[in-house]
Design a protein around this ligand. Structure first.
Ligand code: PEP
Length: 253
């Protein structure tokens, strides 16, 4: 059985005050029993990570980073390494979020190096994949997702890949209010599991968690997570409201 995993990507939102308040209200609102049956993470902007780590320290809530650099240390002005993120209490790091692929211009190759650096640095990567609207309309979803999975995990051993969570996030559903139907999500999640089985083996493919992301909210969380291959959610907008995020976590129980 895969343990559900719900993560909240705050993107470039909150300030030090509202971020800590959000983290504190999640920590006080998450019951011990729910925290035991669902893995929960919040993913704040870099600069608020230490304060958020402190604010959630009383609860079973992990903290992640939205980005990471591929090198361990050195002359890379403005970048943050996996070791630094671990040092300040992070557990997870997003790799290849659609905003980094399509707004910042990250390539599959760079994302692959990030996944590898995250694992080597002792963190757990969340590898995000997903097709653009025009790619879905052109019936290229399988091809795009397959390429992103194979390129994102290229060169990684089965042992390393067991640290990875995949997040399927159709780009047309992120921040748009449009959500993939549970059937659309399940179809792509099953495809991802099949690809993992072909790249590694069936056991590993069965063990890896695959989150769905794209306008997830309390109203659609249960039906999405009821799908056989949907193991949790990566939540953007709705993770900024503690009541909504707690309701989504509850839906995973
Ligand atoms: C995200 O940023 O990963 C995301 C899924 O955003 P939203 O829930 O706002 O669509």
């Amino acid at each position: 059985m895969r343990k559900p995993f719900v993560a909240g990507n705050w993107k470039m939102n909150t300030d030090s005050h509202t971020g800590v308040n959000l983290a504190k209200s999640l920590a006080s609102g998450l019951s011990e029993s729910t925290g035991k049956s669902v893995d929960v993470a919040v993913i704040p902007p870099f600069v608020y990570i230490p304060a958020v780590v402190e604010a959630v320290s009383t609860a079973r809530i992990a903290v992640g980073a939205q980005n990471v650099y591929i090198e361990e240390k050195g002359a890379f002005t403005g970048e943050i390494s996996a070791a630094m993120l671990k040092d300040v209490g992070c557990t997870y790091a997003l790799c290849g979020h659609s905003e980094r692929r399509h707004v910042i211009g990250e390539s599959d190759d760079l994302i692959n190096k990030k996944v590898s650096a995250v694992i080597s640095g002792g963190l757990l990567p969340i590898l995000c994949v997903g097709e653009l609207l025009e790619e879905r309309k052109a019936e290229q979803t399988s091809e795009v997702v397959s390429r992103q999975i194979k390129a994102g995990l290229a060169g990684l051993s089965a042992e390393k890949v067991s640290a990875v969570t995949i997040a399927y996030e159709p780009v047309w559903a992120i921040g748009t209010g449009l959500t993939a139907t549970p059937e659309q999500a399940q179809e792509v999640h099953a495809l991802i599991r099949k690809i993992l089985g072909e790249m590694y083996d069936g056991k590993l493919a069965e063990e890896i968690r695959i989150q769905y992301g794209g306008s997830a909210k309390p109203e659609n969380a249960s039906e999405l997570m009821a799908q056989q291959d949907v193991d949790g959610l990566l939540v953007g907008g709705a993770s900024l409201k503690s009541d909504d995020f707690l309701a989504i976590i509850q839906a995973a129980v």
